[in-house]
Design a protein around this ligand. Sequence first.
Ligand code: 13P
Ligand code: SF4
Length: 303
Amino acid sequence: WPHYAPLIKAINVMKKERNAVVLAHNYMTPEIFHCVGDFRGDSLQLAREAANVDADVIVQAGVHFMAETSKLMNPNKTVLIPDLEAGCSLASSITAEDVRALREAYPGVPIVTYVNTSAAVKAECDICCTSSNAVKVVESLNAPRVLLIPDEYLAKYVATQTDVEIIAWKGRCEVHERFTANELEALRGDDPGVKIIAHPECPPDVINTADFTGSTAAMINWVKDHQPNKVILVTECSMSSNVAAEAPNVEFVRPCNLCPHMKRISLEKILDSLVYMQNEVTVDPEIAERARRAVERMVNLTN
Ligand code: 13P
Ligand code: SF4
């Protein structure tokens, strides 16, 4: 990508000047993911990395809730997001007030929040989870019933993996909810060599069609370990491009859907955030303290 070269070079110079690191989610485009990301991974891996960052500045190449999580994990660092509008349909599906109403409606029932929520929502919950540890987190509570918010489909998937009764909210990921089992079956056709790997934010019929379901990092590991002839990664488009660079013998069959929020992040905006030290993400200290408890409880559990 020759036209990216000057931008990549400038970002790497600015990273040194600002003593900054870039945390890149698996959905970043390849030029960001491979060329300027210092740490790469799924939500859980990035939250853990954020806690260990020594540098002064964290640039979150991801969406807003991820930047908030980094701030919670390492409050003394300056956290920048290249585009403040990079949101998430799950995070915007529920408010702190909604969670308080759930507490009243279900007294005594623990509330697990998916990491794809605002810090204000996390502050009202007992513990956080990501797609890679949701079952483990739910079972750690030793409760017969658990509220798992806000992703309806993740909650449905977890319910199939545990005896704990799961009460769901009505949030959806606007990227994963669009996949259908029919389109995937049609693509697979009669070829058993085509493996379907799905993220748990997908609808239940898609997950039933899949050969494996897991977080973005688990999906990547599955492909590297199994080296299938052909694979459909039922998730955001950039994942296939990023894994393809590391699995040259695997053919990646699309469809994939783009996340408009993740795609707001570009090399240009990463450079601007470092040059102008702009788009800082902060969390009100009182909210941060309560939200941090929920995230740290998860991180300690799955260490
Ligand atoms: P992961 O935690 O699996 O990386 O998921 C994050 C996300 O936004 C999925 O849509
Ligand atoms: Fe949110 Fe879905 Fe985009 Fe992930 S892919 S950031 S869950 S809208």
